[in-house]
Write a protein that binds this ligand. Structure first.
Ligand code: HEC
Length: 189
């Protein structure tokens, strides 16, 4: 009788382990999740493009600094507006089904979903730095714009360091490569 009971417990335990293992291994990827992930990666990539347009025009390029040319202000304004629009678009694209863990079609860390308030704080830092950057652009104040840009790329880079699975090359390119040579903005990740 005891043997039967032990056998039964082992069987149930084994089935339970298999079930939990299977659910962790094969999280269901919905079509909607795939589309949402593609959209948010595209929005992010679009922000990088925009910022890359702004850096050299503000004379903030680390490797090839050029003096700020006042005729660049309108384009800088436009690219920063684009960045703001895509930042806002990306905010709605972290739906729970897109939390797919490591090594999948997304490089988003599950921490986004377990610490939502900390994640939102990163967004608010990015928005605040965009606001000071826009104000500096409106005043055509190059030094203030460089500081705003510096704060913005830091907000991008720090969110990535915390919530995105990145390889070293991306970190170098996106974290350090954007930053200007002016004091206070050089940072090593
Ligand atoms: C609140 C956090 C957060 C902020 C702020 C943020 N990002 Fe991201 N970014 C992420 C996460 C998370 C991913 C990974 C998304 C994925 O793979 O699903 C990502 C991915 C990216 C990618 C890779 C996209 C791809 O093709 O896979 C680029 C480029 C990028 N971000 C640029 C930027 C730029 C530029 C900024 C600032 C203007 C920025 N990000 C601000 C969290 C953030």
């Amino acid at each position: 009788m005891d043997k039967v009971l032990i056998g039964l417990i082992t069987l149930i335990g084994g089935a339970f382990l298999m079930a939990t293992h299977a659910s962790a291994e094969s999280r269901f990827i919905t079509e909607e999740a795939v589309i949402t992930i593609e959209k948010r990666q595209a929005a992010m990539a679009r922000m990088l493009e925009a910022v890359e347009q702004v850096v050299p025009r503000l004379g903030a390029n680390r490797t090839a600094p050029v003096p700020m040319n006042p005729s660049h202000w309108p384009l800088i304004r436009k690219e920063i507006e684009t960045t703001r629009a895509f930042l806002a678009e990306s905010e709605a694209l972290w739906t729970p089904p897109t939390n797919l863990g490591y090594g999948s079609i997304t490089n988003a860390e599950p921490g986004i979903w377990s610490l939502p308030r900390a994640f939102e704080r990163r967004y608010s830092l990015a928005r605040t730095s965009l606001t000071s950057l826009e104000e500096a652009i409106d005043r055509e104040d190059a030094d203030a714009a460089k500081s705003g840009l510096c704060a913005l790329v830091r907000a991008c880079g720090e969110c990535h360091a915390a919530y995105r699975v990145v390889d070293t090359q991306s970190l170098i390119r996106e974290g350090v490569g954007w930053l200007g040579q002016y004091p206070g903005c050089v940072r090593s990740y």
